[in-house]
Design a protein around this ligand. Sequence first.
Ligand code: AMP
Length: 573
Amino acid sequence: MKMSGSFGSIDSPGSNSRRPADNLSLVRGSTATLLSDQTVYDVLCGAAGRWADRDAALFVEQGIRWTWSGLHRQVELAAAGFARLGVRKGDRVGIWSPNRCEWLVTQFATARIGAILVNINPAYRLAELEYTLNKAGVSVVVSAAGFKTSDYLQMLRGLGIGPSGRSEKLPHLTTVVQLGDEPVAGMLDWNSLLDAGTAHTADLPPPTAMNCREAINIQFTSGTTGAPKGATLTHRNIVNNAGAVAGCMQLSENDSLCIPVPLYHCFGMVMSVLACAVTGARMVFPGEAFDARATLAAVEAEKCTALHGVPTMFIAELEHPEFARFNLGSLRTGIMAGAPCPVEVMRRVQTDMHMREVTIAYGMTETSPVSFQSATDDPLDKRVSTVGRILPHLEVKVVDVEGRIVAIGEKGELCTRGYSVMQGYWNDDERTQEAVRDGWMHTGDLATLDSDGYCSIVGRVKDMVIRGGENVYPREIEEFLFRHPKVAGVQVFGIPDQRYGEELCAWIVTKPGVTCTGEEIRSFCRDQIAHYKVPRHIRFVDELPVTVTGKPQKFVMREAMMSELGLSQAVTR
Ligand code: AMP
């Protein structure tokens, strides 16, 4: 039945969620409310119906403000424009853009006609762009003019898109819709797409009978090795996850969510956009790309009640020289997620940023994305030191290398099962079968569960360092070093070593205006942590390499250290 299990009452992980049984690391989320059968477009129609004249979205940098009915109108026009270009249900439409209003419209317009939205990472360069467009068989791509140092339209021309609008290298691609201010030969501009839609709204088929179990989105994961993989998600995957995530924050139409996280990632398009559409909360986009000052200014000017970010964003905001000038008193909640969230940062976000009800979420693109999230009323220590409890309708187990469920408190690989697990990697059965076995998504993350069902992420399976036979979890040492008063950011990783097999390295960013030495760090560790956990190599850097979504790139640091120390790749694990 359509619209069953709408989001009138959202199940929070605290209610009726089960604790681990039999001392084993296996938890199941509550099933007290039904899963929703809504499609992404149903969600927008619901919002436009219930909150028509209330603000839906504000794009500060572009100066655009839409109500829910205004957004709905834009979506209808763009959808008619796409239909006019020949886009049909199941076709793939790519979007390659930072956080602009056209991204939001394209997300819902593709859903309106049942086309599958393909998110392309704004940081991609030529080879990745060519690979993803071809892998997903994208027929229409919406492209910004550029982002930071990348000239997107130049790159598309580099792939052979000329005045004819076609390229042999991109055989599926028929149209580039460009978001620049100037006309470009061989490309359609956004306003012309909307004009075509205005003139041909009758061409738009009635909202197709769509099934919530059909694919609606392909998200290429950031993968540090190998070609990007296209996690394919259904309406049911992402609509339900957005509802659960919004429930943990108790989001409502009275909230305004500040969204500095990128739209191309689940954090933006699911945990932010869809979470707002499900609850009627207002979306505030401070800028096209993350900027700490612009984010703080948007929170103050728009009296935002919620703020999202990866840990590095919150750190940049807290460390900003003008931080104290901004009035952040309107803030209540939000989500920190995407990478390990240092306890100290969580504490400061609660006190200095007034986000008393901030939550931590954990998940991955392949699970739509969130599996665990803290609730606003969880005990303080759990809210700062764990990723909370399992979301409704999901199951999680923690297993050892043989696949056996480990005892409570023991470390192992976290596996997730339930409605949130992706359909698979687009056109890649082999890698799908490696990742999803018997319905369980093998995350590659190391975790522990406690007897109340709270989960701690202790690292990545591959990041664990084995030094002289001792297992060392970089996350633990990062947490410790973070407590040093001069440390603003830190990453710990292993490199090969003749004597111990592996040795520990730390890369540290100090707080503005202070200097620090390796000896100061070592003496801070002395008598506090075991000797084998004290990093042998310590380097001070201006910034830590991270992906667009703020994930630390340990492989970049590892390679740099190895080349500095003259170690060969051959000895790497
Ligand atoms: P992505 O698919 O880009 O969302 O990346 C997912 C990965 O980010 C997970 O497999 C984790 O390694 C990491 N991650 C996400 N959230 C957290 C968190 N709260 N704590 C630690 N790691 C996290």
